[in-house]
Design a protein around this ligand. Structure first.
Ligand code: FAD
Length: 804
């Protein structure tokens, strides 16, 4: 065994082998994989080997598409068979809601270049004749669906990696991982010690234990899972072609041909977590005892959907564990707080996602950033607040909902409420209907009177519509109050803070007492943040950005920190409220002795003030686009601050408002939002964020070369706003934009402007289409809806109110 390597991958399942293969493919050959037993000795060997591209998250779907297309390349390179069966597959819909979901998926696939097709029940019966289509409304066919040989595929990755210089040590158990002062890792095994510059945890079923060796808690948990292989079935072996896969979400099952019979697996409601207190080290190539009782309801349902099963004998039952993260997506990337420690864990669909996970991680390690927005799988989408007590109920929920319809406005209930601010009870008593961001309860809207305290999940306008309309009206006509707990906030201090910020941020860094908006760029010039920088004093700045993205931002800021700069994540310490609307100044001026007249406290000013009894940082900005103030206090005085603002606010018609209203209000001003309009998938030139770049500042900010080049060539697409002639469903995101019968772009977000009473969409379209009177059609839930570009903001287009 080598004693020093550039990268050591722990774990020889499909994921570890894919990481190893991709590292070598992208040029790093001094890489070693350690496996405690044989390759595939975790979940991998007993997988059903199915693969598919369908995924509600567009970037995850792209990653799955990459994985599936990779297998042929791997076979050609290694001469080994992955046992590929590209048989195609159909996902059934037995409710109108699921049909809506499949149509929305189909629409996204148009610009992703995926050739999926919506089928009628009759067409489903023709291609998948073992299906009883009674009660089925239709389905989505994907020609890329198929299955493979899990062991063959894992060995093909391993061979591909070895051909490029990688080494693999089998029967080598890692027992400890210790960080050295130079940032490299000492990896202790039962066969000796290896020093590696980088460590990759691909420990699969043992990823928790491997993480704990470095003091890392990875939020994942193994679940038991079962599939059944039948004896021969005449209706199957009499066919000339292989039967396609059939996913029946209503029955929580997936079915495919296996030899001359069928194989069917279930995501049952009566599911069971496995190895709650840790995965035993002696668990190896073995299965769990059959437990058909657990899936008896699902089997009952399957007999109705696939009647041939009822008379088929059972050949084998496969019952084994595999891991899930709380939201079912992998945990990939640099683990926050540690140097050179990379996660490739929580991959619940190794054969749909393993290739993409390997590619993403290899790009991240070698190029410094993956090629696309990977937030959906970034290990930093969970924070240090996660615990086994949180993860377990979330993982159970995820397993049970694996085949449920996911709605764009859905808030999942497990493990909630968890993290709350002091204002939580006050808001709850006022009828708040909460959502959850990064573990934190956030008011979505306030129900009144007899209105239910629950938002109906829907692809169409929900029962929150009326409440949202009321809240928007209160803001535009009087004054609204909303919590500002759900901003990520950082405090940057030190006398070198300004030059550091000038290097990290592409925009202008404000003078004391002022605020600026600035993009933060990756070295390749992609957007990795849209931040508000407030200069509180010459050597003290507050950065405000997305709450859910705070661990990603913190990881980036710390990795690029200069000596002598103090960076503190104060997201949960500094909380407070924003007040917005024409009466906002009347409220503030009555509760502070500071002069907040328009002449003394201008738009984009920031000032420390006493508000009521509370020491606050007050900023004159508001994402509502109205006259507004963000008033930050420490969490201990938040309730007192509420009493002050609310008591005074009653004289001015104050109403609480939530995130639904906020997202409607921002549409009036065409404001983009993080991870919708602005994300690492896009550049400043494409999204209009280039207007905030200080090209003339005397600082070599990160990404400068790339954005200067884009400025010369121009962006190939641009962000536009459409007024949509919508029915009862508004744009959510990723709907295709048709111009002259061709897909020329896609929506980034949208919704209903209650102020203007219009349905609005923001979209990225080809640069060739960027004319003021652009007419288009947007495909919403299978309907082509006419849309016309608008260029004048719907509210306060001269910014008189916002700046006045
Ligand atoms: C019944 C069942 C059916 C499934 N069907 C499908 C399917 O159809 N399609 C699909 O895509 N996925 C399926 N899966 C999921 C799939 O099996 C997993 O996504 C995949 O195997 C995860 O691979 P991995 O490499 O992350 O983990 P693992 O396969 O668990 O590999 C981890 C490896 O790390 C090694 N290791 C751990 N700790 C150490 C250490 N300290 N030192 C050295 N080595 C160590 C282990 O020995 C093991 O080999 C199924 C799972 C089950 C249980």
């Amino acid at each position: 065994m080598k004693s020093h390597v550039q990268v050591c991958v722990i774990g020889g399942g499909v994921v570890g082998c894919s990481v190893l293969y991709h590292l070598t493919k992208l040029g790093w050959s001094d890489v070693l994989l350690l496996e405690r037993s044989e390759l595939t000795s975790g979940s991998t060997w007993h997988a059903a080997g199915g693969f598919h591209t369908l995924n509600g998250d567009t970037n995850m779907a792209a990653l799955q598409g990459y994985t599936i297309k990779l297998y042929r390349e791997l076979e050609a390179l290694t001469g080994m068979s992955c046992g590929l069966h590209h048989v195609g597959g159909v996902t059934l819909a037995d409710t109108p809601e699921r049909m809506d979901m499949l149509k929305a998926e189909r629409a996204k696939h148009r610009y992703m270049g995926l050739e999926t097709e919506v089928l009628s029940p009759k067409e489903i019966q023709d291609i998948a004749p073992v299906t009883n289509v009674e009660g089925v409304l239709g389905g989505l066919y994907d020609p890329l669906d198929g299955h493979l040989d899990p062991a063959g595929t894992t060995h093909a990755y391993a061979k591909g990696a070895r051909m490029n210089g990688a080494e693999i040590e089998l029967h080598t158990l890692v027992t400890a991982t210790n960080q050295r002062v130079d940032g490299s890792w000492e990896i202790v095994t039962d066969k000796g010690v290896v020093i590696a510059e980088h460590l990759v945890n691909a420990g699969g079923l043992w990823a928790r234990e491997v993480g704990a060796m470095a003091g890392v808690y990875l939020p994942l948990h193994p679940m038991e899972h079962q599939y059944v292989v039948t004896d021969e079935i005449a209706e199957i072996y009499d066919r000339d072609t292989e039967h396609p896969h059939v996913m029946d979400p209503g029955g929580e099952s997936y079915l495919r041909q296996e030899g001359r019979g069928l194989c069917i697996g279930f995501y049952e409601q009566a599911c069971k977590p496995w190895a709650v207190d840790g995965t035993p080290w002696d668990f190896g190539h073995e299965l769990l005892p059959d437990n058909l009782d657990k899936i008896s309801d699902s089997i009952e349902f399957a007999y109705k959907r696939f009647p041939v099963l009822e008379k088929a004998g059972v050949k084998t039952v496969i019952h084994g564990p595999f891991t899930f993260a709380p939201d079912g997506n992998p945990l990939v990337g640099p683990v926050p707080g540690l140097r050179n420690y990379w996660s490739a864990c929580g991959v619940m669909a190794g054969f749909s996602q393993g290739g993409g996970v390997g590619l993403t991680l290899a790009q991240w390690m070698i190029d410094g950033e993956p090629e696309r927005d990977v937030f959906a799988l970034d290990v930093a989408r969970f924070g240090s607040w996660t615990t086994p007590g949180y993860t377990l109920p979330k993982v159970i929920e995820n397993y049970q909902k694996r085949f449920s319809v996911s709605y764009p406005n859905e808030e999942l209930p497990a493990a909630r409420p968890f993290r709350t601010t002091p204002a939580y009870d006050i808001q709850k008593e006022m009828g708040a209907v909460f959502g959850q961001q990064f573990g934190l309860e956030v008011a979505n809207y306030f129900a009144t009177g007899e209105e239910p305290r629950y938002e109906t999940p829907s692809f169409r306008r929900s029962n929150a519509f009326e409440a949202t309309r009321r809240e928007v009206k209160a803001v535009r006509e009087a004054v609204g109050i909303n919590e500002v707990q759900n901003f990520g906030k950082f405090l940057v201090r030190g006398n070198r803070a300004r030059p550091w910020l000038d290097r990290i941020m592409a925009g202008r860094i404000p003078v004391p007492g002022r605020i600026s908006l600035t993009p933060m760029l990756s070295p390749k010039g992609r957007l990795i943040g849209d931040l508000t920088v407030s200069c509180i004093a010459a050597d003290e700045f507050q950065l405000t950005a997305s709450y859910g993205y705070q661990a990603v931002h913190e990881r980036w800021l710390r990795n690029n920190l200069d000596d002598g700069i103090s960076l503190e994540n104060i997201s949960d310490q500094r909380t407070g409220f924003q007040i917005a609307g024409p009466r906002a100044r009347d409220v503030l001026s009555a509760v502070t002795r500071d002069d907040v007249s328009p002449e003394r406290f201008k738009f984009m000013d920031v000032k420390r003030m006493t508000v009521g009894m509370c020491d606050c940082i007050v900023q004159r900005v508001s994402y509502t686009g109205d006259l507004g103030y963000e008033i930050y206090s420490d969490a201990m005085s938040q309730r007192a601050l509420w009493q002050t603002l609310w008591t005074e606010g009653q004289k001015h018609g104050m109403q609480p408002f939530g995130m639904r209203a906020m997202m409607s209000l921002r549409l009036d001003k065409f404001f983009g939002s993080w991870l919708s309009e602005f994300s690492p998938d896009y550049t400043p030139g494409e999204t209009g964020m280039d207007r905030f770049i200080a090209f003339n500042k005397d600082a070599d900010f990160i990404g400068r070369g790339a954005v200067e080049a884009e400025r010369q060539t121009g962006a190939s697409r641009g962000l536009v706003v459409f007024e949509v002639d919508a029915l009862d469903a508004d744009v959510v995101g990723y709907e295709p934009v048709w111009i002259n019968d061709e897909v020329k772009g896609f929506c980034t977000s949208g919704g209903y402007s209650h102020y203007a009473e219009k349905s609005i969409a923001l979209a990225l379209v080809d640069a060739t289409c960027l004319v003021d009177d652009l007419q288009a059609e947007i495909e919403i839930l299978g309907h082509m809806r006419p849309a016309k570009r608008i260029t004048r903001m719907l509210f306060d287009s001269d910014a008189h109110r916002m700046r006045g």
